[in-house]
Design a protein around this ligand. Structure first.
Ligand SMILES: C[S@@+](CC[C@H](N)C(=O)[O-])C[C@H]1O[C@@H](n2cnc3c(N)ncnc32)[C@H](O)[C@@H]1O
Length: 339
């Protein structure tokens, strides 16, 4: 069995405590992923992975025993938890592309300087940072249910106009009419009831205030993940139960319009946002999936090592590097606004 990091092979996931073992028995990945992936810098992440790589063969037996959970249990766990808990890993995975989508979305929202912004599902603070840099806001409040993401946002965004809190989009612990604009970037599809979340966003903005959102076009234009899930389905048809392109009916213009309308918004407009993604090589594309974030990362890290290597190899065979080894693709998101 190969143990080459570049081929996507990482060391075994190994429960270390009784509570981790119990959680795994119940089908929860979180404690397992946390065990292996404390927040790490890219360099430390790679060096640690390489170090453990040396003892990879020794880990295989334990890994195999961990991954003998029924597939259904593994898929249910990934579906339920979404897995957004490691800020650095998220930044390398989607955060870097979210930052690239933000400027055009903010320009399009066309909100006056001096406005009070709410960033719903603020994650690591990527969108809030761009609001502060670009939109001259009076204030920015970010809320997200992931405590580790909120802690990261607090320490990464030091601007006195910004504040962050743990919160749920479906029941915002905020007074009505407190904001001029509420926006949720790449979030609504992860919220169990997006219409309730949009109603909450509408409630907390002043009359005539702006409510906006972006979602990836998972079914077609989000190439980064389309390539991933198509390859995963080729090897493991059951993985399509996790494919964001199949699961999220809100991630297209009609779905967004419908949800915004049902939430009571008017003047609804939808437009695409396209980001060009350039990867320095296959590792730059693939390694972020090994951070275990989001459904695709969590699925990747739920696989036995041999299957993960097969998936990496198949994806590599589908990607066309340029003469300098770099891999280029575009990915599309849909942006919506209403008032
Ligand atoms: C793909 S990340 C996007 C994060 C950030 N907005 C960005 O653009 O980088 C999805 C985020 O949605 C958050 N999320 C999931 N369920 C949520 C809910 N019910 N309410 C608010 N945020 C939620 C996750 O914790 C995660 O931070």
């Amino acid at each position: 069995m190969g143990c080459d990091l570049a081929r996507g092979s990482l060391p075994a996931l190994r429960p270390r405590t009784r509570s981790q073992r119990q959680a795994i028995d119940q089908g929860h990945f979180g404690p397992l992923l946390r065990t292996r992936q404390e927040p790490l810098s890219q360099a430390l992440f790679l060096s640690r992975a390489r170090r453990v790589d040396a003892s990879c063969h020794e880990n295989v037996g334990i890994h195999d025993s961990v991954t003998t959970w029924p597939l259904e249990t593994r898929l249910r766990s990934v579906k339920q938890h979404g897995v957004f808990e490691q800020p650095e890993a998220y930044e390398r995975y989607i955060g870097r592309w979210s930052r690239r989508l933000a400027p055009e979305f903010i320009s399009w929202l066309d909100v006056a300087a001096g406005s009070r912004w709410l960033d719903v599902g603020c994650g690591t603070g990527a969108f809030s940072t761009t609001i502060l840099e670009q939109a001259d806001p009076r204030s920015v409040v970010g809320v997200d249910p992931s405590r580790s993401f909120v802690d990261h946002a607090r320490s990464a965004v030091r601007d006195p106009r910004a504040s962050f809190a743990v919160g749920n989009a479906m029941s915002l612990d905020l007074p009505s009419g407190e904001f001029d604009v509420a926006a949720a970037t790449l979030v609504l599809n992860f919220v169990p009831d997006p219409v309730t979340a949009i109603k909450e966003m509408r409630r907390v903005v002043t009359g005539g205030g702006t409510v906006g959102a972006t979602v990836w076009d998972y079914a077609e234009g989000m190439r980064l993940l389309r390539i991933f899930w198509d390859a995963a389905a080729e090897l493991d048809p059951a993985s399509s139960a996790l494919d964001e392109g199949r699961r999220f009916s809100i991630c297209n213009p009609d779905g967004l319009r419908d949800c915004f309308k049902r939430a009571g918004l008017a003047n609804i407009e939808v437009r695409p946002l396209v980001v060009e993604m350039v990867f320095s090589g296959f590792d730059d594309y693939w390694t972020p999936f090994l951070g275990g974030q989001g459904p695709a990362g969590a699925y990747t890290m739920s696989l036995p090592e041999s299957d993960r290597v097969r998936l990496a190899d198949l994806i590599r065979s589908h990607l066309q590097p340029g003469p300098d080894g770099s891999i280029r693709m575009t990915s599309t998101a849909w942006a919506v606004r209403g008032s």
